[in-house]
Design a protein around this ligand. Structure first.
Ligand SMILES: Nc1ncnc2c1ncn2[C@@H]1O[C@H](COP(=O)(O)OP(=O)(O)O)[C@@H](O)[C@H]1O
Ligand SMILES: [Mg+2]
Length: 369
């Protein structure tokens, strides 16, 4: 059993750099947990504290039931895979994978069995006699993962292992690591700055910003119910559109008013937003929740706006429209069907799916609804 937990863990580097602040986190046995956030938010530091490569300044770290703060890295039964996989250049693939086991004085027979097993799982059996320089980036990364697998660790830690690979290969390796997780039934903590990797791989995702956990949830939970504007803007591609404006009450109905357009707030949201009447808020709508009115039947007029289409990005299956509100105060993106080809600088009638929108507090940036 290998659950991992962090209790009130902080890391302060001298002189006074707060890399990780009061992190509380429980990773369940066999879970694939992803830490995601922009560069410098404390992901690697968190992982390195679990590995024992960095001492926590405050707090407690548990692997299984055991507090490991004072256990050296080599005794934590953890394997880590880095972005720079650092294989020994003069050793063959076999020797690279066997090296850690040799140090730990495993028998030759046991080492051979484990290396062949891991090579089989990773599909690199015919590469065992090659040197690292004779391998592609993806193959090298597989060897690095193999070196972790042969150890049969309690917990696997991955720190941006795919960042050095080209885009196509990254997608393939992403799926392979997910398969590996299912096959090995191991606890894995995976660090990435790439929200798509996080969404596609994680059982649960931890979003970090400036050393602080913003939200922990499963992928769809994060997408549908972000707790603040940061998470809302970080998860999703293209990101959620943010538009500043005021909540207005007209004839007993509530509207979001940008100044050059108004849209009606759905009844289900009114109780949560009514206290913001006449207040400035940030309105959030995802690109996929904006439609070209041409393709919508019976769109309620109070959900419709006009905007100028300035750039069109056809991607085949879909088209991104870069739009500007009539006030010119806001630009936003709509993701529409691949068949939609409006003209540039044309005024376009759009429909907002008002049941999917979000509102954020202008000061705290917390989600209102
Ligand atoms: N050894 C170190 N000494 C001083 N500051 C560090 C050290 N390692 C990391 N930091 C700082 O801690 C913060 C978090 O870094 P890191 O955990 O590497 O972020 P991430 O992996 O999310 O990009 C950054 O501001 C970084 O500059
Ligand atoms: Mg890092």
């Amino acid at each position: 059993m290998a659950q991992v937990s962090l209790k009130n863990v902080s890391k302060i580097f001298p002189p006074n750099i707060v890399a990780v602040k009061d992190v509380n986190l429980g990773v369940e046995n066999k879970e694939f947990l992803v830490l995601v956030g922009p560069s410098g938010c404390g992901k690697s530091t968190t992982l390195r504290m679990v590995a024992g490569l960095e001492q926590a300044t405050q707090g407690e770290i548990y692997i299984g039931d055991k507090m490991v703060n004072d256990v050296p890295a080599k005794d934590r039964n953890i394997a880590m895979v880095f972005q720079n996989y650092a294989l020994y250049p003069h050793m063959t693939v076999y020797e690279n994978m066997a090296f850690g086991l040799k140090l730990r004085k495993y028998t030759k027979a046991e080492i051979k069995k484990r290396v062949l097993d891991a090579a089989g799982i990773l599909g690199i059996k015919d590469l065992l006699e090659r040197k690292p320089r004779e391998l592609s980036g993806g193959q090298r990364q597989r060897v690095a993962v193999g070196r972790a697998i042969v150890r049969k660790p309690l917990v696997f830690l991955f720190d941006e292992p795919l960042s050095n690979l080209d885009a196509k290969f990254r997608v393939q390796m992403r799926a392979e690591i997910s398969k590996l997780h299912i096959r090995l039934q191991a606890t894995m903590i995976y660090v990435t700055h790439d929200q798509i990797e996080a969404m596609t791989m994680g059982d649960r995702i931890v979003v970090m910003k400036e050393g602080i956990i913003q939200q922990i949830a499963d992928p769809i939970g994060l997408y549908d119910f972000p707790v603040n504007k940061f998470v809302a803007g970080f998860i999703g591609s293209p990101p959620m559109n943010f538009i500043n404006g005021v909540i207005k009450k007209i004839d007993g109905k509530f509207f979001f008013d940008e100044s050059s357009f108004q849209v009606k707030i759905v009844d289900e949201m009114v109780t949560k937003i009514s206290h913001c009447e006449n207040k400035e808020v940030t309105f959030g709508i995802r690109p996929e929740d904006i439609y070209d009115k041409l393709f919508v039947q019976d769109a309620p007029p109070e959900n419709c706006i006009v905007a100028t289409c300035e750039i069109i990005e056809p991607l085949g299956s879909e088209v991104y429209l870069h739009l500007t509100s009539p006030s010119k105060k806001h630009t936003f993106i709509a993701k529409v069907g691949g068949h939609d080809k409006p003209r540039i600088n044309q005024d376009l009638n759009l429909v907002f799916d008002m049941s999917k929108v979000h509102f954020f507090d202008r000061t705290t940036e917390k989600t209102i609804v």
